[in-house]
Design a protein around this ligand. Sequence first.
Ligand SMILES: Nc1nc2c(ncn2[C@@H]2O[C@H](COP(=O)(O)OP(=O)(O)OP(=O)(O)O)[C@@H](O)[C@H]2O)c(=O)[nH]1
Ligand SMILES: [Mg+2]
Length: 328
Amino acid sequence: MTDVDAQIAEQFEAKNPRGLARAISRAESGKGAALMHRFFARTGHAMTIGLTGPPGVGKSTLCSALVAIARAAGKTVGVVSVDPSSPFSHGAILGDRIRLTEHFTDADVFIRSMASRGHLGGLAGATGDAVAFMDAFGKDVVIIETVGVGQSEIEIAELADTTLVAMQPGSGDSVQLLKAGILEVADIFVVNKADHPMALQLQREIRGMMEMLNFAGWVPELVATRAREGIGTAELWAAIERHDAYLRASGDLVAKRKGAFAHRVRALVMGDLERRVDAQIASLLGATVDGTTDPYAVAATLVARVENALPTTAEPERVAMRSSVRGL
Ligand SMILES: Nc1nc2c(ncn2[C@@H]2O[C@H](COP(=O)(O)OP(=O)(O)OP(=O)(O)O)[C@@H](O)[C@H]2O)c(=O)[nH]1
Ligand SMILES: [Mg+2]
């Protein structure tokens, strides 16, 4: 462990939020491994909530309301706001996008804005690390807000215990939902802006789509909210708690967290492999591409190089969770 990491670990141990902030920054710059080795064993306590949906649907307003409810129940909270569009996170985003200003002065609410691009392992990498550090730091609840643009909803569902998909009336959101396959990942649908005249219609559409699916186990709940006025948010919190209780009682929580762990490992490995493969491709192609080779031939050359290192079927190795993380 470097001096910097040791210093961060000391602050982290002392419950100094600065230590948490710096640990996340280390992860963002691809240097979080040592601190993750140190603190990962402390994770598993937090209830993690993913909140996704299209731009402007009211995610941050909902998030702020949920934070207030959790705080009133005496829980400490961490919030990760992911911006999938920008490769950098800037302080300005906090004020503009997060709408959590009412919680800025609460020492038990830790808010972090981050970009998902430009990090090893994408959303699962950087965000997964931030969630894990907040959890290890002792936060009872961690909320991940991310704008739903394509894959990020699916990614968030891999990471979070409970996934909330927010939609707004009169925007064609329900159609988008079907197209992107988000229907399958939502544990709770939130129809926000229920003050809108089309709100009931959207709720009917969602119920109609749900009838076409067969749910094994948990059947997604549908909650209507007017987040700006704080209407329906207590009901939303109650639904989150029901889902949490369901996960614990059914044993799905263990399976889900194992899945999240595997997803993070995969993201790290694939991120690393992708870089190496890109470098190899560049060297194999040389200065120009001519008729002496073709994409299949180059791919076969590369696959041959990794063949021995990575057999097509894995030996059933029994690796303890901790050591498999350390092994990366
Ligand atoms: N009419 C109405 N407006 C709302 C409601 N909830 C939030 N809004 C407004 O919707 C706008 C967007 O809210 P945000 O919470 O910033 O939405 P967001 O989904 O976090 O937006 P991005 O992070 O930019 O994707 C703001 O002007 C809110 O005041 C609601 O229940 N009804
Ligand atoms: Mg927002």
